[in-house]
Design a protein around this ligand. Sequence first.
Ligand SMILES: O=C(O)CCC(=O)C(=O)O
Ligand SMILES: [Fe+2]
Length: 350
Amino acid sequence: MAKESTPSPTLVGDIPIVDFSKFLHGDEEQKRTVAKQIDRAFRETGFVYLIGHGIGPDRVSEAFKWSNKFFALPTSIKMLAPHPPGGSHHRGYSGLGQEKISQELYSKSAISKAREVADVKESFESGNINDPMQPNLWVPESHIPGFRGFMESFFWDCSSLIHTLLSTLSIALDVPTPGLSPTHAQSLFQLRLLHYPSLPSRLLRTNAKTRINAHSDFGTLTLLFQDSVGGLEIQDPDPAKKGVWRTVPPVKDAVLVNVGDLMARWSNGRWRSTMHRVGAPPRQRGGAGGRDEEEEEMCEPRYSIPFFATADMDTVIDALPGCWDDEHPKLYEPVTAWEYVQMRMAALYE
Ligand SMILES: O=C(O)CCC(=O)C(=O)O
Ligand SMILES: [Fe+2]
């Protein structure tokens, strides 16, 4: 019998581009192939590009159009839906420098220190309209008619892709029916719009400023739509090259999917929750007619749209059945999704 082999998808850097339409529309064997390709990507880098993922390019470009429009509003209008203080109600608008991603969970002084180099970004968060704990916060409709309606419907596009992906991952891990999707039944997810304004590239290259500091995501899965500017980097997965950062360029019509800390724990370390950050975009070509010495190189603004998924809050995240045995003992203490997310969010805001 021929040895089973999984076709290798195209790689961008270390990250494969997987055609997810083969899962959405394929037969059982094609579904299994896609599941294996994603499993491999999650084991190697924790990141995968998906094309043919079912969220049409028109929908994605409309989302970016709304994001541009929102961030172009005067600050006084955006501040009509301010992000509440603290990290437990993660909705609404955060202005420049308000949120500083921190990997450090416990030490107040470490959080303050990290905030000395502020992330130069602004963000707008919304979530499931049925989430009683974190109601959405919108600026009055008259200031941006249609924004709320679009964001509420785009939420469901992304949510549906997450649930399909959970089915894919259940195949990869042989999680018995009904698989992992019901553990996310409440879809308590978060849709984030991010805008990194233009600033002198020098500030990013010298680490005087960051766009988003190095961090791992803390939910189960993240979808990331990025514009064509670039600047996303992941830490080299090889522990011997810990300080090395690899660029993750935008791929047309692809959504990036990455593993968050909860999924890494749940898979008992089989899948990686990889540190990532946003720095300076790749150098722009040439200068404008020799003016570069006088004029500082400014980097282009960047827009991105991450969508964070997490399991229902009472789900106990303990190594999944196929992910541990005598040779691979459990690496982490069980934790509920709620406990873990609260711990991480408390470190986001002072
Ligand atoms: O802007 C990006 O591409 C990255 C955003 C990100 O990593 C995050 O919000 O967690
Ligand atoms: Fe992230």
